[in-house]
Design a protein around this ligand. Structure first.
Ligand SMILES: [Cu+2]
Length: 381
């Protein structure tokens, strides 16, 4: 057994590919009983047949061949999060993540090569309970995909594109790099580690591979909630929203495939400020929906590099758990909250008057001109 940075490494057999929620099973996993151990394994996850298919199709792996996905594919719906935890004992929570680079619409006629966890922005919402052992599996590349739909390309192309390695740094992990030193995965590799969810809160996680700001700017971020052991108050609705900014080569709305403009990234001058990765990701049919009087809980994070001035036009945050500190007493009756880059908040409120309420970054040109706008539609009971 190796020791790295004080954490013991053992091997795991890797198998499951389920969603990021409660999971009682630990089948095929040799899990240590000490939850403070970080567990890691590397393996080339393509078998020979898959590798052969990959090679045969390698001619098609030029950057121009990456599938264009039209429509609203990239954005994760705001109600896509695991349900509240309803148990009183700690358990093992297994999380399966893979990385995927894919070209998708940022708005109609504007496309961008996103780098993602599990194909969406933001990444899966991870939900655990204080005291749980969380086991993160991270695979570089979509599992069980070969042939023309295989988004990944050859190693050299990965390297040239700057995504030869991906990883994960979870702010809920109290260990060097948030786990990232153990979790650098190259094309086709998979690694895993365990940590004890010891600090309740709502935390950001993100890719931490060079050049880190580029990986984050391309969409590699999500939230992990560690519920307090006693649980959270019961509410009627929960939603998952993350703000991130995008540094496209063309101006906001410029048509066609947009490259990342690194100069704009370094200058912190994005063209887009977006909720869940796309213009109008959370409006119209995809708006947040609730009924008058219902208790609504929002988890809102900033995955990007620029803090949000988060506000809901026409609403007041009855309870704001600022800076991810969900076990502190909330601030009451708050109009707008700053959400730092790499932070998140929990907001609880209800609405008395039916209608449409706009979620915005109150640096309002970001909302009106650069995309940072979502809708909450509240209907009569
Ligand atoms: Cu990455």
């Amino acid at each position: 057994m190796n020791k790295i940075n004080g954490f013991m490494l053992t091997s795991l057999a890797l198998s499951c590919l389920t969603a990021c929620s409660d999971n009682n099973e630990s089948t095929n996993h040799k899990v240590t009983n000490n939850p403070n151990q970080l567990v890691e394994k590397t393996h080339a996850s393509m078998n020979h047949a898959e590798m052969a298919a990959h090679q045969e199709n390698s001619d098609a792996h030029s950057s121009s061949s990456i599938t264009n996905i039209t429509g609203d594919y990239i954005s994760r719906p705001a109600d896509d999060l695991p349900p509240p935890i309803n148990r009183h004992e700690p358990q093992l929570v297994k999380v399966d993540l893979y990385t995927e680079e894919l070209v998708a619409e940022m708005m109609p006629e504007v496309t961008y090569q996103y780098w993602t966890y599990n194909g969406k922005v933001p990444a899966p919402f991870i939900r655990a309970r204080e005291g749980d052992t969380v086991e993160i599996h991270l695979r570089h590349g979509k599992p069980n995909v070969t042939g023309s739909s295989h988004e990944t390309h050859e190693s050299a192309q990965h390297a040239k594109a700057g995504h030869s390695t991906h990883s994960i740094d979870l702010h809920a992990v109290v260990a060097p790099g948030g786990g990232a030193p153990l979790m650098q995965v190259k094309d086709g590799e998979e690694k895993s580690f365990q940590f004890k969810a010891s600090r309740p809160g709502i935390y950001v996680y993100h890719c931490a591979s060079p050049h880190i700001p580029t990986h984050i700017a391309n969409g590699m971020y999500g939230l992990i909630l560690v519920e307090p052991a006693a649980g959270l108050a019961k509410v009627d609705r929960e939603f998952y929203v993350m703000q991130g900014e995008f540094y496209t080569s063309g101006k906001f709305g410029a048509k066609g495939l947009q490259a990342l403009d690194k100069k704009k990234l370094l200058a912190e001058q994005p063209e887009y400020f977006l909720f869940n990765g796309r213009v109008n990701a959370l409006t119209g049919e995809k708006a947040l929906k609730a009924k008058v009087g219902e208790r609504i809980r929002l988890f809102v994070g900033v995955g990007g590099h620029i803090a949000s001035n988060f506000h809901i036009i026409g609403a007041v945050f009855d309870s704001l758990y600022a800076q991810g500190a969900i076990t502190n007493p909330p601030l009451k009756n708050v109009q707008t909250t700053v959400i730092a880059a790499g932070s998140a908040v929990m907001i609880e409120f209800s609405i008395d008057v039916p209608g449409k309420y706009l979620l915005v970054d109150h640096s309002l040109s970001r909302a009106i001109d650069k995309g940072a706008l979502a809708e909450l539609v509240v209907e009569d009971k």
